[in-house]
Design a protein around this ligand. Structure first.
Ligand code: PLP
Length: 433
């Protein structure tokens, strides 16, 4: 076990308390080397939307490997299946997103989107527009600029990430950040006004883009109040700043519509996606872009002689075949209808927990929820951790994020599975208090 340096883990502690080693999956359940089985209520890392061993994706992968297990998309060649995926994806993406570029991970998609936004600005003669606005509590990945954009200090500590390229603004989390008595609308308006003041103070001519998750996931499941995204977009348009929607968690049904941008009325210039694109069965990501961005990039690249960017495994044929089959399954599910039914069941099951001691706020949309713990009005990280750990002992995995437990289950969960995760949450809260 010492051979492995684990991500987001204290290496010294991991030597003393090694992580559980998962060996098999069955639908929404995973089993470790000791034979313990867990219902994974967060789909791994918000990604295994079709469970941990989906047969149809396994078949799509092996069929494609038997046919053409690898090809790239560089310099006059590409995998046919990769083009099929691009075509299908563009049909499903929100109106106004007409082109895609493939990568491998979510972090890479964010790195790509930022590079493309800057390339676009340089291409149209606005090279001073280079800095990016990102929000407190955001998670955008573990690359260089993507880690700098992330609004969590532990992603910066000890690393030399380019923080000077980032301008930070407030998150849209009414429950924790509103002033006493401030309504959701007033809070949304305040955040929008703060954004405008920040842009003016920092000089709009130096700002390339704003990046935001339609709903913040890894920060703690923060659902933006009504009017927030409309106001943000008005300000960005006024100051000629691009909008990048980071849809790596919200893409493919999680918030109720196919994309979070549709749920919250966002019209991005660029959007990132990964995770549920392949039901997590293959590392594949994409950046979607408007015709305006695509045309700007194309013309700039043509002047330079090539679009000098790409990776060996971007749009990998096996990943593309899996993604095509995943999209087909989502369509057969009638994704928004399916998510509405699951989400309604989860919401109703969680409602009674709101009255339990220690529970400050329960919020959900689509098939994602957050349970935030407070003590005397202040965030209570210790209780969230204790409840999450107790639930794990009882066989259900939630994600512990500071004082919040996140729920983001696979779409193949039954109502029985949902009832089970909520019952375990309830028992764990009761046990902890
Ligand atoms: N952006 C968002 C919104 C994410 O939630 C994540 C991962 O959780 C990423 C980017 C990074 O994706 P990856 O871990 O695949 O690099």
């Amino acid at each position: 076990m010492n051979a492995h340096l684990y991500p987001f883990t204290d290496p010294i502690e991991a030597r003393a308390t090694p992580p559980k080693q998962m060996v098999s999956g069955d639908g929404a359940y995973v089993t470790d080397t000791l034979g313990n089985t867990y219902l994974d209520a967060v789909s791994g890392l918000w990604c295994a939307s079709l469970g941990f061993n989906p047969e149809r994706l396994q078949k799509a992968a092996t069929d494609q490997m038997g046919k053409l297990g690898y090809y790239h998309s560089f310099m006059g060649r590409t995998g046919e299946v990769t083009n099929h995926l691009a075509e299908r994806l563009v049909e499903k993406l929100p109106d106004g997103i007409d082109h895609v570029f493939f990568g491998t991970s979510g972090s890479e998609a964010v790195e790509n989107a930022i590079k493309f936004a800057r390339y676009f600005q340089i291409g149209r003669g606005k090279s001073t527009k280079a800095r990016i606005i990102a929000r407190d509590g955001a998670y955008h990945g573990s690359g260089s600029i993507s880690a700098a954009l992330t609004g969590m200090s532990y992603c910066h500590d000890g690393f030399d990430v380019p923080l000077s390229e980032v301008i930070r603004t407030g998150r849209a989390h009414h429950f924790a950040d509103a002033h006493q008595g401030e309504s959701e609308t007033d809070f949304a308006n305040r955040r929008v006004q703060e954004l405008e003041e920040l842009i003016i103070a920092q000089d709009p001519d130096t700002i390339c883009a704003f990046i935001g998750e339609p709903l913040m996931g890894s920060g703690g499941v923060f659902i933006p109040p009504e009017g927030y995204w409309q106001g943000v977009q008005q300000v960005l348009r006024k100051y000629d700043i691009l909008l990048i929607a980071d849809e790596i968690i919200t893409g493919f049904g999680r918030t109720g519509q196919w994309f979070g941008s549709q749920t919250f009325g966002i019209k991005p210039d660029l959007m990132t996606m990964a995770k549920q694109l392949t039901g997590a069965m293959f590392p594949l990501s994409a950046v979607g872009m408007s015709a305006q961005i695509y045309d700007g990039l194309s013309e700039h690249a043509h002047r330079l002689g090539t679009f000098g960017h790409g990776v060996t495994y971007g749009g990998h044929p096996v990943g593309a075949a899996i993604a095509l089959e995943t999209l087909k399954i989502y369509e057969e599910m009638d994704l928004p209808v399916h998510i509405a039914a699951l989400g309604a069941h989860l919401r109703k099951a969680l409602e009674p927990l709101q009255d339990m001691a220690g529970v400050g706020n329960i919020r959900s949309i689509g098939f994602v929820a957050g349970i935030e713990f407070t003590k005397n009005g202040a965030p209570d990280d210790a209780t969230a951790r204790a409840v999450g750990e107790e639930a794990e002992r009882r066989g259900v995995l939630f994600r512990i994020i500071n004082n919040t437990l996140a729920i983001s289950p696979p779409y193949i969960c039954t109502t029985h599975d949902i009832d089970k995760m909520v019952q375990v949450m309830r028992d764990s809260i009761a046990q902890t208090h």
